[in-house]
Design a binder for this molecule. Sequence first.
Ligand SMILES: Cc1cc2nc3c(=O)[nH]c(=O)nc-3n(C[C@H](O)[C@H](O)[C@H](O)COP(=O)(O)OP(=O)(O)OC[C@H]3O[C@@H](n4cnc5c(N)ncnc54)[C@H](O)[C@@H]3O)c2cc1C
Length: 299
Amino acid sequence: MRGMKAAPFEYTRVESLAEACALLAEHGPDAKLIAGGQSLVPMMAMRLARPARLVDIYRVPELQALSAEADELVLGATVRQCVIERDPRVRARLPLLIQALRWVGHVQTRNRNTAGGSIVHADPSAEIPLVASVLNATLELHDSSGGSEIPAQEFFLAPMVTAIAPEQCLARIRFPIWSEARTGSAFDEISMRHGDFALASACAQVALDAEGRCTRAVMGVGSVSPIPHALPEVGEQLVGMRLDDAAIAGAADAVAGLIDPEGDLHASGEYRRHLARVLIARVLAAARDQALQTNKAAA
Ligand SMILES: Cc1cc2nc3c(=O)[nH]c(=O)nc-3n(C[C@H](O)[C@H](O)[C@H](O)COP(=O)(O)OP(=O)(O)OC[C@H]3O[C@@H](n4cnc5c(N)ncnc54)[C@H](O)[C@@H]3O)c2cc1C
């Protein structure tokens, strides 16, 4: 390949969300937002993306806010991944996101990458989109005429294709916080080397009652479907059950039956299905154990 260099482009660093939206409206599909640039810049260097104008939102203060409300954690789209993983409010209230972040790239990439960039890039193996989908986070989109909301489970359409329009900016991601005292979560994945894109990944969050019965369960798998694959129907089957080995094996089998992974150079489709089954069993058991420990701590 000759000269890994982007095609020429104009560049504007904006100070506000309104300014970003005005530029997107003015330049249409020729303009593209840039946040951390860790996915977009390589794509431009390979000429897979050729925006005529980059609109840099990385330093827009209103997009960098992180707040914890009573029932939700609100991340501005350009909150950096390293900020999220060090935030005590996220650690206490949304441990699943912390558990996922340890699998995302490397310390060096997390120092620059943004939560919103990962969600809009929509790589089917990406960890943050999987957590957003499994918890069905609310995504706030803005354009020059105002804002709208979309549930994460409706946002991802195909590999690297989402419901966002060219003139829209993802402004905030609102993750629901579960109120149940006995809640546990886990994220796990298998890749060739730590920090590589996953061959398969899985995460789960469960809530248990005082007797240890499941009152709520959500789960999903990554890298085995064209989009981050939330499986609410399998979670619903677990409600009212004790999450013993048989219940967990049943859920893992159900997940394996609902996916149809494609094979590639790194792993066959059947191997990916096997990994998804194993990983779902692991994360459900780990989430259950964490919820039971919370029970002990609260007692
Ligand atoms: C070495 C390396 C390893 C990596 N490993 C992993 C990994 O294991 N798991 C993983 O998930 N990712 C991984 N990544 C990808 C990394 O997390 C990406 O950088 C991230 O997905 C994109 O974030 P960004 O802020 O850099 O976005 P950018 O590259 O700036 O943008 C990505 C796309 O999103 C759009 N965009 C960005 N912000 C917004 C917004 N607010 N509204 C609308 N559109 C927006 C851009 O226009 C562009 O199309 C890795 C990257 C590197 C370089």
